[in-house]
Design a protein around this ligand. Structure first.
Ligand SMILES: Cc1cc2nc3c(=O)[nH]c(=O)nc-3n(C[C@H](O)[C@H](O)[C@H](O)COP(=O)(O)OP(=O)(O)OC[C@H]3O[C@@H](n4cnc5c(N)ncnc54)[C@H](O)[C@@H]3O)c2cc1C
Length: 493
């Protein structure tokens, strides 16, 4: 008999939901995490009087009372809903390009139309038509994802879904500023409008406009810890500060893992929440050639650079009116995307002010703010270890220069700072390039063309998380649960 029914490698979002689903269904499950805490990206850490949120900017999938969305049901099933207190953001975002626009979009379809037609007169009907297409494309995409046969899916989805976002915006609008405001969420997928599939932006706009953006009191760490508690309460076992260094196989089937202290653990099934390159490296010679060839065609995705700040002033004193603000240098999204491979001054930042609707991380009268730009790890290739600390703080200054546009004098309020680069992400997550969404989320990775979650080519091995599903909180939480349910059905058969 195996030591465990299942071993889960990694306690990121997907690892946690997978392990909790399995253990609560009665499978003896071991969760192995190389870090000392659960969550992967979904964690927080303390500096002085402040707790700093690592990753969560806007949680989708929650929905409001009376209009609940999928994550509420998942949290309930996994026994964590009563442990979580959600904090609603009432605006989608404030988008600023100095000299071009400064627009705050409410998280409501009709109010967003009003704001956009006031800011860009003469466009009301066009915005309404665009929003209708966003709704139609998303509803049919969700139906197709759930398995509706293609012949029953409205052709609008197939005609529009995979077109570049920029083309669909060009069909609707002439004003480049309006297109820029509507495309703002492209950075959440890491692909500029010229490369992002329209359906990906449509899904994000729909998720946040229809079901609202949320934070969690106590940050994403509160959610990760709640999952861990539920897993342990159901009898699960966890090993922290322990990395899996090999996936063991017999006659081509995964049969367990070897830990970094040399211990071998047998299991009927293995779920990996580690990156795909690492997972397959851990299989050694057992990797089929088809998988090797496929992996060689894929591009490691983007990471991020984050300046976390504890500020000794209230959001109002600092001039923050929204929880989420995007500040870009100009309207050139391709140029911004190209700059993520360099250390040129940050051209675009996402500003999260966690005390406009407080999540409880800053003491009273103070504010926790993070400034983030996406960035590829290769931007740091030419920086020697001796120059690294100076270079990261010099780069952080460029994010501060950018945020000064909306909060002049913010530097005077700084009490605590910490900086994370793609190197930091790589060190904490163990992912190549410190990638936070897995592979580059371009159209070749679309779920219509690939299903890595199902196709491991190694019986007994299952994959969950951002490297096989879409990156981001909601998709990875759902990925772990989905993979675990499939495994349960399989073990029961
Ligand atoms: C700064 C930042 C900002 C972000 N902003 C947002 C946002 O606003 N909205 C959003 O939706 N998403 C955001 N994301 C992305 C989102 O957080 C991630 O896509 C998601 O959390 C990834 O979840 P995952 O399940 O793939 O696991 P990951 O978080 O990638 O965790 C994988 C886990 O596996 C562990 N592991 C790896 N190898 C091994 C091994 N050999 N043995 C044991 N353990 C191992 C790692 O230590 C890690 O804990 C952000 C991410 C970051 C870092």
């Amino acid at each position: 008999m195996s030591d465990f029914d299942a071993v889960v490698i990694g306690a990121g979002n997907a690892g946690l939901t997978a392990a909790t689903t399995l253990q609560r269904a009665g499978l003896r499950t071991l969760l192995v995490e190389r870090h000392s805490i659960p969550g992967g990206c979904a964690t927080s850490f303390r500096r002085g009087r402040y707790e700093f949120e690592v990753a969560l900017h806007q949680l989708s999938g929650i929905g409001s009372e009376g209009q609940e969305f999928s994550l509420r049901g998942l949290f309930e099933k996994l026994g964590v809903i009563d442990r979580l207190d959600f904090v609603q953001e009432h605006d989608l975002y404030r988008a600023v390009v100095p000299g071009e626009y400064d627009v705050t979009l409410p998280a409501d379809w009709a109010a967003a139309v009003d704001v956009l037609s006031d800011a860009f007169p003469g466009n009301r009907e066009r915005v309404e038509r665009f929003f209708q297409l966003v709704k139609d494309t998303t509803i049919w995409q969700m139906a197709a994802m759930r398995g509706l046969p293609p012949e029953q899916v409205d052709p609008t989805y197939f005609r529009q879904g995979l077109r570049p976002l920029s083309e669909v915006l060009d069909d609707h609008f002439d004003d480049p500023r309006l297109k820029s405001v509507l495309a703002t969420y492209w950075t959440y997928a890491g692909q500029p409008p010229s490369r992002l599939a329209f359906q990906d932006l449509a899904l994000m706009l729909f998720a946040y406009l229809e079901f609202k953006p949320w934070h969690i009191r106590g940050g994403s760490q509160a959610m990760s810890s709640a999952f861990l508690d539920s897993f342990l309460a159901a009898g699960g076992e966890v090993r922290f500060n322990t990395a899996v260094e090999a996936i063991l196989t017999e006659r081509g089937r995964a049969v367990g893992v070897r830990l970094d202290d040399g211990q071998e653990v047998s299991a009927r099934d293995v779920i990996s929440n580690a990156s795909l390159p690492l997972t397959y490296a851990m299989l050694g010679d057992a990797v089929p050639t088809t998988v090797r060839n496929d992996l060689a065609t894929r591009r490691i995705g983007v990471s991020g650079f984050v300046l976390h700040m504890g500020l000794d002033a209230t959001p109002a004193e600092l001039g923050f009116t929204t929880s989420t603000t995007f500040v870009n240098a100009d309207l050139d999204e391709d140029r911004l995307h190209a700059s993520w491979h360099t250390l040129e001054p940050a051209r675009g930042i996402c500003v999260s002010s966690y005390d406009v609707a407080p999540i409880g991380f800053a003491p009273s009268g103070a504010t926790h703010v993070s400034l983030m730009t996406l960035q590829y790890a290769d931007a740091w290739d030419k920086v020697s270890p001796g120059e690294y600390a100076r270079a990261k703080f010099a780069y952080a200054e460029t994010l501060l220069d950018r945020v000064e546009v909306i909060t002049p004098g913010i530097r005077d309020a700084i009490e605590e700072v910490d900086v994370a680069t793609p190197m930091t992400m790589s060190r904490y997550l163990g992912h190549p390039g410190g990638a936070i969404y897995g592979y580059d989320q371009d159209r070749t990775e679309n779920w219509l063309f690939r299903n890595s979650e199902r196709e491991t080519h190694v019986p007994g091995l299952h994959l969950a998380g951002s490297w096989v599903a879409t990156g981001g909180f909601q998709p990875t939480l759902e990925s772990g649960h989905r993979v675990a349910r499939r495994l349960l059905r399989h073990q029961a058969a």
